[in-house]
Design a binder for this molecule. Structure first.
Ligand SMILES: Nc1ncnc2c1ncn2[C@@H]1O[C@H](COP(=O)(O)OP(=O)(O)OP(=O)(O)O)[C@@H](O)[C@H]1O
Ligand SMILES: [Mg+2]
Length: 266
């Protein structure tokens, strides 16, 4: 069983584009013929609301999977509104289950345990875990189940605020639980060219990337209304506006990630 194709998309700062990034990486990877699984670990369920088909829930959710300490995702995953993308949905009830789980033995490993048989069987080319903006058991589980952490950082004032916290958390998890966990890259998001503060933020991000040298360096994802519109149609930029600037940005990021993973993560 290998977590080599599992990426947690995390940042402790809210609204920086985590869910948008999961949605569009999944969309472009599936369009390229890859088998994709997305796991919503945010009890707010933003990704679930976007990707749940009109027909609604066809299975149980991560909430029940956690409550039952499931040993596989069978019965907890379903086809999403994006062709080629499976979804493990989240509901608000997940929060109560997580609180109850605080005393469980091995509580950090619940998500990894349910993913394990599917990773062993190589059912997916890409597994993306959407995280909530917090330090809690849901994020710890995501970073325990992932080989890679991708941090979207908004190109605005204090761009690296949340990154620093999530890196500290990742380092603790790496030391105590998941030695393989590695920063894949920092993805600059919501970039508005021509504005001074966006440029300053991008330079701050680039300085950090130069200092920590993650395996991937990304061009910034532009701020564009298409990125905010696609979810309203239960779709990603790969279907909604693949030729738009922001679509091209996410397509490029997806190709970089897949090429890197296909090369064995080296
Ligand atoms: N490149 C972009 N251009 C325009 N709007 C964007 C872009 N990226 C994200 N957005 C919008 O910004 C808002 C926040 O994005 P998103 O929900 O992906 O952030 P998040 O980090 O997942 O938030 P949370 O921390 O609440 O989970 C959303 O309304 C989204 O549609
Ligand atoms: Mg989100």
């Amino acid at each position: 069983m290998s977590t080599d194709r599992v990426i947690a998309v995390a940042n402790l700062k809210g609204g920086v584009g985590k869910t948008t990034t999961v949605l569009n990486l999944a969309g472009f990877a599936a369009t390229a013929g890859r088998r994709v699984l997305v796991v919503d670990t945010d009890p707010q369920g933003s990704l679930t609301q976007i990707l749940l088909p009109e027909a609604g829930l066809a299975a149980k959710t991560l909430t029940e999977a956690f409550r039952e300490r499931a040993q596989s995702l069978d019965g907890f995953r379903q086809p999403s509104a994006l062709p080629g993308v499976d979804l493990v949905p989240a509901t608000l009830g997940l929060d109560a289950v997580l609180q109850g789980a605080a005393a469980w033995t091995g509580r950090e490993y619940v998500l990894l345990e349910m993913l394990a048989p599917h990773l062993a069987a190589r059912e997916y080319d890409l597994v993306l875990i959407d995280c909530r903006p917090a330090i809690d058991l849901s994020v710890t589980n995501a970073l325990t189940a992932a080989r890679w952490m991708l941090v979207p950082a908004e190109c605005s004032f204090m761009a690296l605020d949340g990154y620093e916290y999530v890196q500290t958390l990742a380092r603790q998890i790496q030391q105590r639980i998941n030695p393989q966990l590695t920063l894949l890259g920092i993805l600059p998001t919501r970039y508005r060219g021509g504005t001074g503060h966006a440029q300053a933020a991008l330079e701050e991000i680039e300085r950090q990337v130069a200092a920590v040298r993650p395996p991937l360096r990304f061009v910034p994802v532009r701020l564009a209304v298409a990125a905010a519109d696609a979810p309203a149609y239960k779709t990603s930029l790969a279907q909604f506006a693949p030729a738009s600037g922001v679509g091209q940005d996410y397509r490029a990021a997806t190709e970089q990630i897949l090429t890197f993973l296909d090369g064995g993560g080296r």
